[in-house]
Design a protein around this ligand. Sequence first.
Ligand code: FMN
Length: 224
Amino acid sequence: MDARTAVRERRSIRKFKPDEVSEKIIREILEDARWAPSWGNTQPWEIYVVIGEALKRFREANCQKLLEGVSPSPEIKMPETWPEVLKRRYTEVGKSVLTSLAIPREDQQERLQYSADMYSFFHAPCLILFCIDKTLVVEYAMLDVGLILQTICLLAHDRGLGTCILAASVRYPDVLRELLKIPENKSLVIGVALGYPDRDSPVNHFARQRTTLDDLVTWLPFPS
Ligand SMILES: Cc1cc2nc3c(=O)[nH]c(=O)nc-3n(C[C@H](O)[C@H](O)[C@H](O)COP(=O)(O)O)c2cc1C
């Protein structure tokens, strides 16, 4: 698959088949992904591959926290206030997901079930977690983690695998720290679910939106 096709075709996968991804394939993807660029070649990402029993336990505990209504406490803070236009895009993707699954917005029970699915990492057979050293400047390290994340997502897509980057996987860091023995001097950044996409599920097919290039780009000098 050429780079352009991979970039255009990759999308977040929110329903996976139960099929395992072999350790060999995960290893090959990570072998390639470590060629992602990073500031000064520092390669600050520290990666945990969570599969099998460890993933099952983490999935259950993470979902449990959500259902108990425990307040999340992610180590990389999520925005509290943001520009209206971004809020609108965020709301739109949520709407697209629910509509594709025929979940009415007012159906609290169904929505909670969907959230439980998300906090179960959409039942993907593998979750790859990223940590960074706590001494790093978070804002800058996020660039590096973002680069390897997208590289992994593209490489996975090239192999017929699906991914979903999941803030929902690191909202309850205590669970992870206890189960996976994450060292105290590391911050939990993000996780990405990895598995074979359920190609029949409408949640993996809804039309995605992007703003136009003209909304994003200022040309200097202006073209005309
Ligand atoms: C940092 C980050 C966190 C995300 N967290 C979640 C999440 O918790 N749940 C989810 O369903 N999607 C999550 N996503 C996926 C985004 O919703 C998705 O990338 C965006 O809507 C664009 O859609 P696409 O990936 O299908 O092109 C996350 C993406 C990023 C980059």
